[in-house]
Design a protein around this ligand. Structure first.
Ligand code: ADP
Ligand code: MG
Length: 348
């Protein structure tokens, strides 16, 4: 038993609640970049620029040419649980956008110097709002800018010392962002990307118009060797579709650094899915060697739960086992030993 004095229960001030919740969504600069890129993609943009200073520790800016946010909604966009992407449980169940929680901008803006600028097709100028992590918003005020949205995040975590302590050197944070950006670029061929770090253009990929530009993008991101030592695959059942490139067993790696799997266009980190793919290669790779692949798995949205974790890294399938089987068998079929007749692919 402790004898601390009884304290009255009080609701946390809104901004403090946001800062606490922010911890789940924004762990480091790369997670802020992920959220901002997802928003840009959800807005229908086909050109996206990412500007970083000092690995994002000092500044992150994501600029898109998407549909923009109306002036009257700017302040709503940065408030918690406000979203234009779902309005009901029915819509959540079938969600196709990358975002839906309505938390990212509220979270990020509570732990940074933050400016949101946007212009829709109906506006004669852009409008912007800004705050310094304290919930005191300035604006909307007119500003210069093309159609689309720009979000600028300066001094991430400046007002949450515990979190700021865990920021690593700019180089380390930059590498994390670069990995993430690579994944996003791979999964959105129809979008052009620029990544600029400390004023230097690090990546510049035009939107893919055709098969050739897609091959070029793959070459640019994974290297010529992967392109030459991989197979393009496509497997379908009534419900599930798997496409992409699987590295041949001869092209194996000492690390899992060239394994890219996307589920319904989302970057996922799912141990079960990775394991299924590891098994697919088990017979054709030496122990300790790792496969390279870029795979896109698409399932009907209502069979997928993307709301497992605030950062949306993990997913669950309504028919977990069968999906893992589908993945394992398809890839094994492409790269490994022929399947025994009894194992032939059965759509569940
Ligand atoms: P969510 O993406 O889950 O809806 P966010 O906090 O990331 O939540 O964004 C809140 C809302 O702000 C979005 O639903 C969207 O309407 C708007 N928004 C945010 N970023 C953009 C953008 N880049 N372009 C257009 N609208 C945006
Ligand atoms: Mg979002």
């Amino acid at each position: 038993q402790t004898h601390a004095p009884i304290r009255a229960i009080e609701t946390l001030p809104g901004n403090l609640a946001d800062q606490i919740a922010a911890g789940e969504v924004v762990e480091r600069p790369a997670s802020a970049v992920k959220e901002l890129l997802e928003n840009a993609l959800d807005s229908g943009a086909d050109q996206i620029e990412i500007h970083l200073q000092e690995g994002g520790n000092q500044s992150i800016e994501v600029i898109d040419n998407g549909r923009g946010i109306p002036k009257e909604e700017l302040l709503l966009a940065v408030s918690r649980h406000a979203t234009s992407k779902i309005y009901s449980m029915q819509e959540l169940v079938a969600v196709r956008s990358l975002g839906f929680r309505g938390e990212a901008l509220a979270s990020i803006s509570s732990v940074s110097d933050f400016t949101l600028r946007s212009r829709t097709v109906h506006d004669k100028s852009a409008w912007q709002i800004s705050a310094r992590g304290d919930g005191n918003w300035h604006g909307p005020e007119p500003s210069a800018g093309q159609q689309g949205t720009s979000v600028k995040v300066n001094n991430l975590f400046f007002n949450t010392p515990a979190r700021k302590k865990f920021l690593r050197a700019p180089r380390t944070e930059f590498l994390q962002i670069e990995q993430l950006v690579k994944r996003i670029i791979l999964s959105h061929p129809q979008v052009g990307f620029k990544l600029i770090h400390n004023g230097k253009m690090v990546r510049h990929l035009p939107a893919c118009q055709d098969e050739l530009s897609l091959q070029n993008r793959l070459k640019n991101l994974l290297g010529q060797e992967f392109v030459e030592h991989s197979l393009e695959i496509e497997f379908n059942t009534d419900d599930w579709h798997l496409t992409g490139w699987v590295g041949l067993p001869t092209f194996n790696r000492s690390q899992t650094d060239m394994q890219y799997l996307f589920v319904n266009g989302r970057v996922v980190k799912d141990r079960n899915l990775s394991f299924a793919l590891k098994q697919a290669y088990a017979d054709v790779l030496y122990h300790g060697r790792h496969a390279a692949y870029v795979l896109f798995l698409n399932v009907p949205p209502e069979q997928l739960d993307v709301n497992v974790h605030p950062a949306k890294h993990e997913v669950r399938f309504a028919r977990n086992r069968e999906v893992y089987d589908f993945l394992r068998r398809s890839v094994r079929d492409a790269v490994g030993k022929p399947l025994a007749a009894s194992e032939s692919l059965q759509p569940g």
